[in-house]
Design a protein around this ligand. Structure first.
Ligand code: NAD
Length: 502
């Protein structure tokens, strides 16, 4: 299928392309597409229509063991782990180029699999994956080791060596981006990798693996095994021949992975988990901009975003006004066909997630919050798609369940505050600490609040700011690892000292 950008500017054109696309329906092990050893499969659905996309291998522990043997053999052979960084770079750059050349197909696979709008997958997710791989690849032959300051007659070398075999487990909400965030530094550092995507959304990871082989990545360095968490993920995480694991997903599963590491071989464990981020609006802020971004922060990707601004903290004197303006801005967040380039808000991942969102909306009302926008699933035109209205609660107290627990849907809770100290106190009254923002035209207010909130990323007069040059990760129960930037390479390498006497 040709990647002709100019013809793909309408819903009809994307629907036509979708009808012709080849859906990967295999695992990727040792540089080849393979089925599960048992032949078992599980169905992958399009959340926007309910249509079956593919029957994917349902991998089990025996498949995991076979893939770990391949990855271990490849790592020990040195075919990748001992390759000169400049040569690893060359292959990873070719891989990024191939992904870029296939970006329309990759964006479309992601849209069909996740229900995200095609304008997001094409303009954000796919280019971000390319940029992540390219930027990391370009760095790896420019990073030096160290020589320690020791006495004459000794020479102490400090090197970073690959961990070995790395397990990467990623979720369904940003499968392409999180896959790139894990694979780029893990591969750049010389590891062999087993990637376990969520069984609901494995398609782009499989496409990426095929393109990596085409780019010249040696067979067995990157293996992709779709399968579920209990059958496959737990077995991999307990595996004694895996040296490190990197995870993006829920805090509950992150805690399990730490236990599995303790029960097995203390594999290095790096976690990117949930969030309940505070988006803090002061009375002196540019309220038009703050209200516009409050809707983006809450409803982008249907709120299925770990960094979503789900707690909207608004200074009391402008509380009612900001709520009104957020409601106005929410008119453009109406769910629609993800294949339509004008759609901003796509589908929710599945009916279970709709049920979870509905459960929290009920709890919010029972606990006394005031529903001022949305609150209901959206029945689409006859198909079995999963869509939900953008939803806003006012008069929320930070102790309420909807202010403490991650809902993972398009639901924002607006909480009033008095002053900067009160805003910091409320923002930090959370077990999470992933993201957030502060809006104020007073630089002292903005910076003291940004400084006071215990979170991995904080925006000042913006939300969702940042790029590949800055680390991404959380405080507290939002995790302990860092994706992106050169700091990410630390999660995929061990420090080694060589002490020489002469
Ligand atoms: P999840 O934790 O249920 O699943 C994530 C992955 O873990 C999936 O691949 C799943 O199959 C696997 N898994 C589940 N149980 C497992 C087990 N016992 N052992 C091993 N693997 C197991 O999360 P989800 O609902 O798919 O994703 C949403 C969560 O991800 C949210 O909490 C969100 O905040 C978080 N998230 C965090 C970030 C971040 O960078 N901090 C980014 C995106 C999403």
């Amino acid at each position: 299928m040709s990647e002709n950008q100019t013809s793909l500017n309408s819903c009809a054109a994307w629907t036509e392309k979708a009808s012709q696309i080849t859906i990967p329906a295999h695992s990727w092990v040792n540089g080849k597409p393979v089925a599960a050893l048992s032949g078992a499969t599980q169905t992958c659905f399009n959340p926007a229509t309910g249509a079956v996309l593919a029957e994917l291998p349902d991998n089990a522990p025996e498949d995991a063991d076979a893939a770990v043997r391949v990855a271990r053999h490849t790592f020990n052979s040195g075919v990748w782990s001992a390759m000169a960084p400049k040569d690893r770079k060359r292959i990873l750059l070719r891989w990024a180029d191939l992904i870029e050349q296939h970006q329309h197909e990759i964006a479309l696979l992601e849209t069909l699999d996740v229900g995200k709008p095609i304008s997001d997958t094409l303009n954000i997710d796919a280019p971000s994956a390319v940029n992540t791989i390219r930027w990391t690849a370009e760095a790896i032959d420019k990073i030096y080791g160290e020589i320690a300051p020791t006495a004459a007659g000794t020479l102490a070398l400090i090197q970073r060596l690959p961990l070995g075999v790395v397990l990467a487990i990623v979720p369904w909400n940003f499968p392409l981006s999180t896959t790139a965030w894990k694979l780029a530094p893990a591969l750049a550092a010389g590891n062999s990798v087993i990637l376990k995507p969520d069984p609901k959304t494995p398609l782009t990871a499989l496409k990426l693996a095929a393109l990596a082989t085409e780019a010249g990545l040696p067979d067995g360095v990157l293996n992709v095994l779709p399968g579920d968490g209990i059958n496959l993920g737990q077995h991999l995480s307990l595996h004694p021949d895996i040296d490190g694991q990197t995870f993006t997903g829920s805090t509950a599963v992150g805690k399990l992975l730490m236990q599995y590491a303790g029960q097995s071989n203390l594999k290095r464990t790096f976690l990117e988990l949930g969030g309940k981020s505070a988006n803090i609006v002061f009375a002196d802020a540019d309220l038009d901009k703050a209200a516009l971004w409050a809707a983006v922060a809450g409803f982008y990707n249907c709120g299925q975003t770990c960094t979503a601004g789900t707690r909207l903290l608004v200074q009391q004197s402008v509380y009612d006004e900001v709520i009104e303006r957020v409601i106005e801005n929410s008119q453009s967040w109406t769910p629609g066909n993800p294949l339509d380039p004008d759609t901003r808000m796509g589908a929710v991942i599945d009916q279970n997630q709709i049920n979870t969102i509905q459960k929290y909306i009920q709890i919010g009302q029972q606990e006394g919050a005031r529903l001022v926008l949305g609150g209901k699933p959206v029945a689409d035109s006859g198909a079995n798609g999963c869509f939900h209205q953008a939803t806003l609660f006012a008069d929320v107290d930070n102790n309420m369940t909807i202010a403490q627990e991650e809902i993972f849907g398009p639901v924002v809770s607006a909480i009033p505050f008095k002053d900067a100290a009160d805003a910091i106190r409320i923002a930090n009254d959370s077990r999470y600490g992933l993201a957030g923002a502060v809006w104020s035209q007073n630089i002292s207010t903005a910076l003291s609040v940004a400084n006071g909130v215990r979170t991995g990323t904080m925006g000042v007069n913006n939300y969702f700011g940042g790029d590949i040059t800055v680390p991404f990760g959380g405080f507290g129960e939002s995790g302990n690892g860092r994706d992106k930037s050169l700091h990410a390479l630390n999660d995929y390498s061990e420090l080694k000292t060589t002490w020489i006497e002469y």
